[in-house]
Design a protein around this ligand. Structure first.
Ligand SMILES: C[S@@+](CC[C@H](N)C(=O)[O-])C[C@H]1O[C@@H](n2cnc3c(N)ncnc32)[C@H](O)[C@@H]1O
Length: 190
């Protein structure tokens, strides 16, 4: 796939995303939310991405597709072996595996060990740990980067604390994309 033209990649990925649009049933983000992540990466030329919560890989496909355009790379973490297996198959099917480093295990531990630096994060695993993930990544997060978190318009445990934390952080400017029905918090590092 390394020799594919970007046009060939784009056509193949778009077809895969369209055909599978209604087929994601493992807590995956909806199509629209994947597109928001993709556009943030492409528009800002981000190249070193981290995803917490791969599941079966819907957002992973969107992020990896964006990185195929910017020349970047994604590290993605999942604790559930079967979901990760499906995600790996999906990325293979769509021809984007070369952009993704899949990590299996507890993100509580793995995030602390990652070297970084990152310029884009998508946080979509256990909401009660959102604040801790943010604290662990912040020293490895580049100025000008965007740290995104899913489900922030939903009343799930941990979300209020997360929004209070990022909204009062002096180094970040946080907005919420409300075109996503779940809500995506986007924290820009100044
Ligand atoms: C909302 S789903 C992710 C959906 C995915 N981003 C997508 O759009 O396709 C959250 C995932 O996080 C995983 N998860 C939860 N706690 C975790 C942890 N501590 N470490 C790694 N993964 C975790 C769950 O197994 C689940 O698959």
């Amino acid at each position: 796939q390394g020799t594919d033209s970007q046009k060939a990649v784009d056509e193949r990925v778009q077809k895969f995303l369209d055909e599978n649009r209604e087929k994601w049933h493992n807590l995956n983000v909806p199509y629209e939310d994947g597109k928001i992540l993709h556009d943030l990466i492409v528009d800002n030329g981000y190249q070193s991405a981290l995803e917490i919560g791969t599941s079966t890989g819907h957002s992973t496909v969107w992020i990896a597709w964006a990185l195929s355009k910017t020349g970047g790379k994604l590290t993605t973490i999942e604790i559930d072996k079967n979901r990760q297996k499906e995600a790996i198959e999906n990325l293979k099917k769509v021809g984007l595996s070369e952009y993704v480093d899949f990590r299996l295990g507890d993100a509580h531990k793995i995030v602390k060990e990652l070297e970084g630096p990152f310029d884009f994060v998508f946080s979509d695993a256990d909401k009660d740990w959102y604040v801790q993930y943010f604290k662990d990544i912040n020293p490895k997060f580049k100025k000008g980067g965007r740290f995104t978190a899913h489900n922030v318009l939903q009343s799930m445990s941990g979300i209020r604390e997360y929004l209070d934390f990022v909204n009062s952080h002096p180094d970040y400017e946080t907005t919420i994309d409300k075109t996503s029905s779940s809500g995506i918090a986007i924290s820009y590092k100044k």
